[in-house]
Design a binder for this molecule. Structure first.
Ligand code: ATP
Ligand code: MG
Length: 218
């Protein structure tokens, strides 16, 4: 069993997350993608909706895809939500599953700022996906991945779709190009606070939930 893990604040969840999850599953042949909304993210404090709202929006967005699963694991763990603790718990509960932690290039570059980054990168395999405004060559800056620049350039230039290598921790990492959707939760929150349309950036059910619960109105 191979499972992709997509962790996020999902504040709110949008088509950038959903399409990326779908493509990772299909392109890498994973059995499922587990969405893990962060209950209490240590690094995010701005305009953050209540964890229960973010969880419910994630449920609405993922429930019609049989390969998507939603995990409440961070809601069951006490204290701040640290990826190390979440992944350790997940591995304990499913010893037969091969987990791949899916991160956008932006998020992978942020790992050194996480709680115990050297433990994070030892925990699982990784999939690093493309995201608009970031390039695979930016990964040259990362201390956790040693990779020749040529492969990174070929990914950026769309000559190859994926490249598999090892992290410095010896875990596998797949660099994968997915359809680039320039959507972010930050932009969606800004549009809502300005009273502008967010149609087609996220599922209609999620939009209705945001309106009904008056989220992000500032
Ligand atoms: P915010 O603007 O609040 O940071 P976000 O849109 O970046 O929100 P997150 O919940 O922070 O969403 O992201 C969760 C994961 O999904 C991260 O690994 C991030 O890199 C990835 N991700 C988010 N949006 C996209 C996108 N449009 N394309 C590819 N990956 C994405
Ligand atoms: Mg983000």
């Amino acid at each position: 069993m191979k499972a992709g893990i997509l962790g996020g604040t999902f504040n709110p969840v949008h088509y950038g997350h959903l399409r990326a999850a779908e493509e990772v599953r299909e392109k890498l042949g994973f059995d499922k993608i587990i969405f893990i909304p962060s209950k209490n993210p240590p690094l995010k404090t701005k305009e953050i909706a209540e964890p229960e709202h973010r969880y419910e929006m994630s449920r609405l967005a993922t429930s019609n895809n049989k390969f998507f699963e939603l995990s409440d694991i961070e809601f069951r763990l006490k204290g701040k939500s640290y990826s190390v603790k979440t992944m350790e718990e997940l591995k304990k509960s499913s010893p037969g599953t091969d987990f791949f932690f899916i991160l956008g290039i932006d998020t992978f570059l942020d790992v050194p700022n996480w709680w115990h980054p050297e433990r994070v990168i030892k925990l699982t395999n990784f999939v690093i996906i493309s995201r608009p405004h970031f390039r695979f060559v930016d990964l040259k800056k990362s201390q956790y991945i040693k990779i020749n620049k040529r492969a990174l350039k070929e990914l950026d230039d769309r000559k190859i779709e994926l490249y598999t290598t090892k992290l410095t921790s010896k875990q596998d990492v797949v660099l994968l190009r997915v359809t680039e959707l320039g959507i972010s939760s930050t932009e969606i929150r800004e549009l809502i606070s300005q009273g502008k349309s967010v149609n087609y950036l996220l599922p209609a059910k999620v939009k209705s939930y945001i309106i009904a619960n008056k989220l992000y109105k500032s």
